[in-house]
Write a protein that binds this ligand. Sequence first.
Ligand code: C2E
Ligand code: MG
Ligand code: MG
Length: 297
Amino acid sequence: MLLRQVDLAMYESKKNVRSYTLYTAALESSAADNLNIATRLKQAIAQQEFELWYQPPVDLTDGNVCGAEALIRWPQPDGNYIPPDKFIKIAEQSSQITQITEWVMNKAKEDIQRFTQANLNLCVHLNLSVKDLQCPLIVDKIKAIYSEDAGADHKLMLEVTESAMMTDVVKVKTTMQEIANTGLVFSIDDFGTGYSSLALLRDLPVSQIKIDRSFISDMVRNKDDLAIVKSTIYLAQHLGCNIVAEGVEDVQTSHLLKTLGCDYAQGYYFSKPLKIESFIHFAESYRSVGSLNVSKV
Ligand code: C2E
Ligand code: MG
Ligand code: MG
């Protein structure tokens, strides 16, 4: 029993990159929880139990919906959803993540056709895990799924978190370059949370930076957050990247971002993630109304 408890504490330390962890009973239940999710994920992957929802980034210059970020959802029999933050981490501990990513890529391809039928010219964003970029087959899989006929009018952007890029910079750089050569573009997700060196921005083929929600949510009140947001916008502009603010929840923040020259914004103020039918309805209704209110205070 002692050895098992020591083991749990060791894994927790490894996960959090800490030199030690004190064992508590909570570690036991979270380990059991994770094991349960890992087991059920196997079936969920085999039976394609997932859904792909979309949240729009909005162009702050004209208020138009310009993209659709695909966010995976895992519905449960009780009507609830297990959040991706929870099950993606578990899937990343095995090869399950690459199977999930393949499902996402195939589903997004189908959905791109639905956007085309609805006359929506959107940049579709997909989230990739670092494990995907370490998978030797990723470039071939992307080529196979997004061959030339897969919605020629649509741009596809792959989001990789800053911390994922940092995990294995040499390998990640080579793979990102190969993928970029196929015509896809990259966005750095959750920028500012990964303690990366600025060399990452210089060396990797990145065309967009997404400032993490933790700097955006209080930037109207907190001058340090504001300073970080301003500097990141400046940096992005001078590196030739466009910039998205994540987690915009009110009109004041949207207005301030627009004034600072931020290109795009995404967040509950504009729309929560939606099922594809609701997303298409949302994007169509804003096209007919004109644009989203990005700056009226
Ligand atoms: P992310 O890519 O940074 O996505 C943004 C997350 O913030 C989403 O959470 C979204 O629902 C949430 N969000 C958007 N606007 C707001 C806002 O105004 N306020 C607040 N409080 N939250 C907002 P979600 O869908 O739970 O996804 C969490 C993370 O899980 C994603 O963060 C992404 O890293 C990961 N993820 C989601 N789908 C996939 C996927 O298909 N593949 C992979 N590898 N990861 C995914
Ligand atoms: Mg993302
Ligand atoms: Mg993010």
